[in-house]
Design a protein around this ligand. Structure first.
Ligand SMILES: NC(=O)c1ccc[n+]([C@@H]2O[C@H](COP(=O)([O-])OP(=O)(O)OC[C@H]3O[C@@H](n4cnc5c(N)ncnc54)[C@H](OP(=O)(O)O)[C@@H]3O)[C@@H](O)[C@H]2O)c1
Length: 255
């Protein structure tokens, strides 16, 4: 199936590793031009080099998306470099170290507010785009309580993100912009959160595997396939949807 992504201009936040990088790998393979960011420069520059060596136009900068001014400047430069924006994928999350009320506030910033700020700034560019689409990377923790300890704040903020993504589907329909979100289950890759858990707490890792009907963690590529499909013109009649990529972890019927 041709996804219709050749020549599309796509921005993905947090693309130097993990799920974000897998999404960009797929977009590049499909012929899209891409821009991304991360706080660290080394992995970002390596990734940009890989995409450029495949002939893609790829732009990136080391910035922190929670720095509103740095984010806005990066987005402007990204849109200029790509010559416009057709696809915006809001992917960043960060493991929060603080505790108590501060943990709620820090998680609000990283897992909700920066997505809103980033998206509202991207929308004017998308309004000028071709078959424009937004995709948000949520989590199964937004709809399923208590998968792993310490995810209360993360799950609550991502639930708010789901609501925001759904509202945008209605608000932006008249501009031809679709808005969808993907809720992955536990995703394992070298250097990621779950590979660290696998080493430090194999029992918890195993328990997380067992929540899915498929009895295993997912891969970043399995999430990326769903995200890139939703972002593509091949999903032209899908908006306001939550595509679960969780190996059948949720046991209820999806209405
Ligand atoms: N992994 C899972 O099991 C899983 C499950 C469900 C949902 N998700 C969701 O999937 C998304 C990606 O998760 P992941 O596991 O791939 O994360 P990850 O491995 O931690 O990668 C996150 C990416 O975002 C960048 N980043 C983090 N904070 C940033 C900031 N403040 N400003 C700019 N860039 C930042 C990271 O680079 P730097 O560190 O260099 O900044 C990296 O490129 C997140 O929204 C997460 O909630 C993940």
């Amino acid at each position: 199936m041709d996804l219709g992504l050749k020549g599309k201009r796509a921005i993905v936040t947090g693309g130097s590793k993990g799920i974000g990088k897998a999404i960009l790998n797929k977009l590049v393979a499909e012929g899209a031009s891409v821009a991304t960011c991360s706080r660290g420069a080394a992995a970002l520059n390596d990734a940009l080099g890989e995409w450029r060596s495949q002939g893609a136009q790829a732009y990136g900068e080391a910035i922190d998306v929670t720095d509103a001014e740095a984010y806005e400047n990066w987005l402007k430069r990204s849109a200029e470099q790509l010559g416009g924006v057709d696809i915006f994928i809001s992917n960043v999350s960060t493991r929060i170290q603080s505790q108590g009320e501060q943990r709620w506030l820090d998680t609000f910033e990283v897992d909700f507010m920066q997505h809103v700020r980033a998206t509202e700034l991207a929308i004017p560019y998308l309004k000028q785009g071709n078959s424009p689409a937004l995709v948000f990377i949520s989590t199964i923790a937004s709809v399923m309580a208590n998968i792993v300890p310490m995810e209360r704040e993360y799950g609550a903020m991502k639930a708010a993100l789901n609501a925001y993504a759904s509202q945008l589907a209605h608000r932006l329909a008249e501009d031809g912009i679709r808005s969808n979100y993907v809720t992955p289950g536990p995703i394992n890759f070298e250097g990621g959160f779950w590979s660290n858990v696998q080493k430090a707490d194999p029992t918890l890792f195993e328990r997380a595997s067992q929540i899915s009907a498929l009895q295993r963690h997912g891969t970043p590529e399995e999430v990326a396939n769903a995200v890139v499909f939703l972002a593509s013109p091949a999903a032209s009649y899908i908006t306001g949807a939550n595509l679960r990529v969780d190996g059948g972890a949720l046991k209820n019927t999806h209405y």
